[in-house]
Design a protein around this ligand. Structure first.
Ligand code: ADP
Ligand code: 5GP
Length: 187
């Protein structure tokens, strides 16, 4: 392991809403105990059926206090809510996984140019829409996330080290594990 990675590598998983990022990263950490998933803070309300651990659910005042204290590696306002990655403590022998949108990915790449960005695309816009509805997002949420995806995708694609189409979940997770394995071999 080179000194640059003594505190672990950073793998960023980004992509439009409903593409399956959350599902994929949870499968990745289940498969590989060397991956450590960062838990973000958000001011958005918890979705029905969403795990209490999905985020640290907080209010705007607490989030802004943490910004002022320099406690985020990156943060952004996404569709009217704050989302941020608490500055991670280095975990020896672990690689960090960040599941974040493209503005945050850009911030992390500026600070850590060696971070590996895997950008995930849906097989089609229709399928993305089906997944958002299937997850229980109300129609206005579906529409705003589809619209946002049109802005996010060109930026994400231009920053990405790898682009993966999440068609079949198992196949996608296999492909991501191969990408992660490839980067570990390079160091
Ligand atoms: P994101 O985190 O990108 O917003 P989620 O992980 O919440 O997306 O996934 C959105 C929905 O799509 C969930 O209901 C999830 O079970 C489903 N999903 C994820 N990946 C696939 C896949 N490869 N095929 C079919 N459904 C999927
Ligand atoms: P959702 O509301 O669907 O959970 O997340 C909305 C978007 O915010 C998704 O693209 C998700 O990846 C992103 N996101 C989640 N946590 C963070 C974070 O800590 N920072 C940034 N920049 N984006 C995040």
């Amino acid at each position: 392991m080179t000194p640059a990675h003594a505190a672990g590598r950073i793998f960023i998983v980004s992509g439009p809403g409903g593409v399956g990022k959350g599902t994929i990263v949870s499968a990745l950490v289940d498969r590989d105990p060397r991956l450590w998933l960062s838990r973000s803070w958000t001011t958005r309300a918890q979705r029905q059926g969403e795990s209490n651990d999905a985020y640290v659910f907080t209010d705007r005042a607490s989030f802004e206090s943490r910004i002022a204290a320099g406690g985020f590696l990156e943060w952004t306002d996404f569709l009217g809510n704050y989302y941020g990655t608490p500055t991670p403590d280095p975990v020896v022998d672990h690689d960090v996984v960040l599941e974040i949108e493209v503005n945050g990915a850009m911030q992390v790449k500026k600070i850590h140019p060696e971070a590996v960005l895997i950008f995930v695309l849906p097989p089609s816009r229709d399928e993305q829409q089906r997944r958002l509805r299937g997850r229980g997002d109300p129609e206005d949420r579906v529409a705003e996330r589809l619209q946002k995806a049109l802005d996010e995708e060109p930026v994400g694609l231009s920053l990405a080290n790898h682009v993966v189409v999440n068609d079949d979940l198992e196949r996608t997770v296999d492909e991501m594990m191969q990408i992660i394995g490839h980067h570990r071999m390079l160091d």
